[in-house]
Write a protein that binds this ligand. Structure first.
Ligand code: SF4
Length: 304
């Protein structure tokens, strides 16, 4: 574990680098509202930052406040989510806005525990909103922070989705004690996405190279993922998530809804094949379970 002096040196090296090299995003603007930061954190869960930066203004213009989002119909939020993928996040975000209006008078709660109970918020998003919006000094661990922290402390180069959280939490708590937690975490994230990348670490230009136990030892072969990947069901060589997204896109273009046969034809699937039809019913059921669509009078529509 690092000494107090090491922590101070690392923090100062990283912040010096970040203040010269930080990337500008709407959610980092000092005038960004708590609402904008909250929406961006949900979008960033599964969408790359450059894409979120491009599409976020449209969503915020369409729903400028928590109240406006809370009042939105399902079809409206899904329409405004176009281009971001994983559309069920739009519905969960709207549902979260409804809870914020109902239980917190429209004000995003600063309490991480309350945030974690909102639809679509996990441990990371709750901690990130508490920190980036309210400056709460809590532990925020995303994929980039986990990677940089793990390499800094251990010789384990492999990208992981979990583990070491206890050790990392101690490290991060030490780092944020006397500094702005928001700036510190943003710096770790930027370092992880630009220099200490998953399959390639550019240690020669890294501000932490003199403090990092893995410096100059990361190679393409020792970063290979050893963790088992979650298997996703596929159909005709494409993951079900692709087909769910394709069906949502069809509904975006057909405001009066479409029949099952029209959808199958548009997706170039064989409506006469029993296996295809049963699989497609499963796709519809999954979207219905997420509160996104309904099947009524033979047509598929976005839910009300
Ligand atoms: S020195 Fe290399 S491995 Fe260590 S944090 Fe920097 S880029 Fe990552």
């Amino acid at each position: 574990m690092l000494s107090g002096k090491d922590s101070i040196r690392i923090r100062s090296a990283l912040l010096q680098w970040y203040r010269k090299n930080y990337r500008t995003y709407p959610w980092r603007n000092p005038n960004a509202t708590p609402y904008l930061v909250m929406v961006s954190e949900i979008m960033l869960q599964q969408t790359q930052a450059y894409r979120v930066a491009k599409l976020l203004p449209h969503f915020i213009n369409r729903f400028p406040t928590v109240q406006a989002l809370s009042d939105a119909a399902t079809a409206e939020v899904i329409m405004a989510w176009r281009g971001l993928g994983y559309n069920n996040r739009a519905v969960r975000l709207r549902d979260a806005a409804r809870i914020i209006v109902r239980d917190f008078e429209g004000n995003i709660p600063p309490d991480e525990y309350e945030l974690r109970k909102l639809p679509g918020f996990g441990n990371y998003t709750a901690a990130a909103v508490a920190t980036f919006v309210f400056g709460v000094k809590t532990v925020v661990i995303d994929v980039n922070i986990r990677r940089v922290g793990t390499r800094l402390l251990t010789k384990d180069a492999v990208e992981r989705t979990s583990g070491l959280d206890g050790t990392l939490a101690k490290l991060l708590t030490a780092f944020i004690q006397d500094s702005d937690p928001s700036e510190w975490y943003q710096a770790m994230m930027d370092l992880g996405s630009t220099i200490c990348k998953a399959r390639q670490a550019e240690c020669g230009i890294c501000p932490l190279q003199h403090h990092c136990v893995s410096a100059h030892s990361i190679t393409a072969s020792n970063t290979k993922l050893r963790e088992p990947r979650r298997r996703e069901q596929t159909f005709m060589g494409r993951p079900n998530r692709f087909w769910r997204g394709a069906l949502v896109e069809l509904l975006r273009s057909n405001s009066n809804g479409i029949t099952k046969n029209q959808a199958l034809r548009a997706l170039q699937l064989n409506a006469a094949d029993k296996t295809t039809c049963e699989w497609f019913d499963g796709i519809v059921a999954a979207l219905a379970k997420d509160g996104m669509l309904v099947s009524a009078r033979g047509r598929l529509h976005f839910a009300d």
